[in-house]
Design a protein around this ligand. Structure first.
Ligand code: AMP
Length: 214
């Protein structure tokens, strides 16, 4: 199966719960690419400059990477996260392996912007706080060093909105492709804890659960 969801939609949380309860192998294209870069493979070298500048890695590189990974899994069921990102990638995957399910998590943009804009970072250590969910002991200061916290450029509302627009534009043709195949299932909501029980119930009807009802 494939999971689609904008940055900040809770895709990571839902994916990890699917893996926990249904025993699927989780394949995240971003993680696979980062592993290839660390190993300095041909694919890693080809992907590196695109990733650094925030561009999509070319379709042929991605298709090669993912098909190799999938063929190594034999018959165990898998959950793809971050792939496909373009229609040619979706077509290549479809010609190679038939999907059972495509889940799309739909969280309103305003909710995502609100959630991310509360994030503050201690740059030197990478520690992340949230004004609402995980506030620092002293407002605006890192708990360990007392140094000032900053809001990362890409966590600012304008940047988040831009990322969400890019996501929506890129994902539209993918959703259409899977809708036409009759395998797209959309889940609307504002929080993972609200969306998850519905995803779980839906999946129980399609994939046998590893650990039964939660
Ligand atoms: P992610 O961790 O999913 O945000 O991916 C990090 C980066 O990896 C992206 O910004 C892209 O440069 C690259 N990437 C990941 N998945 C894909 C994909 N399916 N197609 C093209 N580039 C990708």
């Amino acid at each position: 199966m494939v999971i689609l969801g904008a940055p900040g939609s809770g895709k990571g949380t839902i994916s990890s719960r699917i893996v926990r309860d249904f025993g699927l192998k989780h394949l995240s294209s971003g993680d696979l690419l980062r592993a290839q870069i660390l190993k300095k493979t041909e694919i890693g070298l080809a992907a590196q400059s695109y990733m650094k500048s925030g561009q999509l890695v070319p379709d042929d590189v991605m298709v090669k990477l993912i098909s190799t990974e999938l063929s190594g899994l034999n018959s165990s069921p898998w959950l793809l996260d971050g792939f496909p990102r373009t229609r040619p990638q979706a077509e290549a995957l479809h010609n190679n392996q038939k999907l059972d399910l495509v889940l799309s998590l739909e969280v309103p943009d305003d909710v995502i912007v609100d959630r991310i804009k509360g994030r503050w970072t201690h740059l030197a250590s990478g520690r992340i706080y949230h004004t609402e969910f995980n506030p620092p002991k002293v407002p605006g200061k890192d708990d360990v060093t007392g140094e000032p916290l900053v809001q990362r450029e890409d966590d600012k509302p304008e940047s988040v909105r831009h990322r969400l627009e890019v996501y929506a534009t890129n994902t539209k043709p993918l959703k259409k492709f899977y809708e036409d195949l009759g395998i797209l299932q959309v889940f609307h909501g504002t929080e993972s804890n609200e969306i998850w029980p519905r995803v779980h119930k839906y999946m129980q009807g399609h994939i046998p659960a590893k650990s039964g009802p939660f």
